[in-house]
Design a protein around this ligand. Sequence first.
Ligand SMILES: NC(=O)c1ccc[n+]([C@@H]2O[C@H](COP(=O)([O-])OP(=O)(O)OC[C@H]3O[C@@H](n4cnc5c(N)ncnc54)[C@H](O)[C@@H]3O)[C@@H](O)[C@H]2O)c1
Length: 346
Amino acid sequence: MRVLLTGGAGYIGAHVAVALLARGHDVVILDNFSNSKRAVLERIERIAGRAMPSYAVDLVDLSATADVFEREAIDGVVHLAGLKAVGESVEQPFRYYRNNLIGTLHLLEAMQRFGVSVLVFSSSATVYGDVSAPPFTETMPTAPTNPYGRTKRMIEQMLEDIAESRADVSFIALRYFNPVGAHESGLIGEDPAGAPNNLMPYVAQVAVGRRERLYIFGDDYPTPDGTGVRDYIHVMDLAEGHVRALEFAAERRGYDVFNLGTGRGASVLEVVRTFEAVSGREIPYVFAPRRPGDVAVSYADPSKAERLLGWRATRDLAAMCRDAWRFQVRHPYGIDVGTAAKGERS
Ligand SMILES: NC(=O)c1ccc[n+]([C@@H]2O[C@H](COP(=O)([O-])OP(=O)(O)OC[C@H]3O[C@@H](n4cnc5c(N)ncnc54)[C@H](O)[C@@H]3O)[C@@H](O)[C@H]2O)c1
């Protein structure tokens, strides 16, 4: 298939591009580079050994988005473009609703105009909120607790409603748990601008000496060691899940939703200990108060994806830490950043 990959220069997008190309699909990347670097594109091509077209386009711009469909014969779309920081979404809800909802509406409009009917969308486990107990299954009630999570849930509902009203479309929402790690080449990985919002890149930056210590939010959760438990999934397992979902979507019609997780939770301290073991570095940490909105335990029931997509995560926590560490060692201050950024140490 010739696949339009929105957000393809981002962390997950770059890995999805590599997985699609490895499987023999053609990839066209659309990204506004608001949270990614253009240098990632050549790295994807280097890993894949193939070139791909890319467009610097903002999905909020409908005519620029439609132009991409005009120029490329697209068979299906993998839609990852979006803003994703929970805390930022609480401070700037308008920006999140505008970017994530309008961007998606424009993409759907362009798809309809050009007769493209297959879409895989990146949703999030955050849609489950804290009304149900893990393991989360796709049929459990959803109750996102912040504007970011609500944009994800609203988009799922949009997709479901449109699929209900039209016999020709095939839409799939993938609810990711906690993607971590990097491609084993060490050429692409999680490269956040500023202080990381997520655990693994923070741990990696402490290990490499870019930050002094890790702050662990909460040591009094009802978990075996008191720290929060999450379902970490290797980003290449996640990327391969997209390939399966896309191929599944191309064979059927309607709307469906799948968890992509391992089904196993790991605590913050377990991640720290595993990272120390694979990197040989000590990770100094201090405990800080719980963050509002954080749940104690979250992990997936991934059995639906295994049953219907024939997909299962295969890489363990040690592999996730090893691959994240390889990327960090190669790019201590990020892709294309020299040592001038060292003043950032905090
Ligand atoms: N990383 C996670 O932990 C996680 C978990 C669950 C879901 N997700 C979702 O997966 C998707 C990808 O996440 P990521 O971690 O790779 O984030 P990312 O920020 O690295 O990638 C998102 C990409 O989308 C681009 N983008 C944003 N708005 C755009 C717009 N209007 N038009 C064009 N491009 C735009 C950004 O420049 C970036 O390259 C996001 O939708 C995110 O919400 C991520």
